[in-house]
Design a protein around this ligand. Structure first.
Ligand code: AMP
Length: 222
């Protein structure tokens, strides 16, 4: 697999869990733009403070800022063995920008995996979501609790709720996703696009993903 693989899906659809799992399976890196922006937002600078406000509101960060950061990362890593993008593109502009970056790097168009989950299921998942403050592993109080109780089973890190996983902010993030989703699906409809039932058990979703993106898959023409 020597391609960019992208996960499309609403907040809580399992993008983070499945993309880091797939990255491990394929031995390639996983770039979560949400994680990247949360790290930037911790900086005690004007830009960091501004970013914190945007993230806390559930709005999307400006296309130009996210595109520049993704472009820099792709150029630096030149993903000869492929790379997974989790949470990018989020808008049509970003999808067009990604195509330009890939064309510039002479890489084929992306493999698009869309995790489809109903709104009711998403709300339940997000309010119960917890994340290790040290390694970022994602748990869910209902469907995937930590075997070590209220700390991370990998490193004993504290399990925290993301600042933007409160109900009001979740609503805003869902609305942002709904607005952007249909145009993106339309944009990728002629491409290597796969809709996956994200309501299945985690292992069944992983199996469906591996069947599409696994190592046996043929290389697509550039
Ligand atoms: P996520 O971790 O993917 O749920 O993203 C968390 C937040 O980061 C989103 O609500 C946005 O504010 C921001 N964000 C992440 N990826 C993008 C993107 N591609 N474009 C704009 N904003 C983004």
């Amino acid at each position: 697999m020597d391609r960019v693989i992208l996960f499309l899906g609403a907040p809580g659809s399992g993008k983070g869990t499945q993309s880091s799992w797939l990255a491990g399976q394929l031995g390639i890196s996983n770039l979560s733009t949400g994680e990247m922006l949360r790290t930037e937002a911790k900086r005690n600078t004007v830009a960091g403070r501004k970013l914190r406000q945007v993230l806390a509101s559930g709005a999307l960060v400006a296309d130009s800022l996210v595109c520049e950061a993704v472009e820099a990362r792709l150029k630096r890593e030149l993903p000869e063995r492929g790379i997974i993008l989790d949470g990018f593109p989020r808008t049509l502009k970003q999808a067009q920008c990604l195509d330009q970056i890939l064309a510039g790097l002479r890489l084929p168009g992306p493999l698009v995996l869309h995790l489809d989950v109903s709104r009711e299921r998403l709300m339940g998942r997000l309010t119960a979501r917890r994340q290790c403050a040290v390694c970022g592993t994602i748990y869910n109080l209902l469907s995937r609790p930590s075997r070590s109780g209220d700390v991370c089973e990998n490193d004993g890190g504290r399990l925290v709720q993301r600042d933007d996983d409160t109900e009001a902010v979740i609503q805003r993030r869902m609305t942002e996703f709904d607005l952007a989703c249909a145009p993106l699906v339309e944009y990728y409809s002629e491409a290597d696009y796969h809709r996956i039932d994200g309501e299945l058990e985690t292992a069944a979703v992983s199996a469906a993903i591996l069947a599409i993106a696994g190592p046996g898959r043929k290389r697509a023409a550039a």
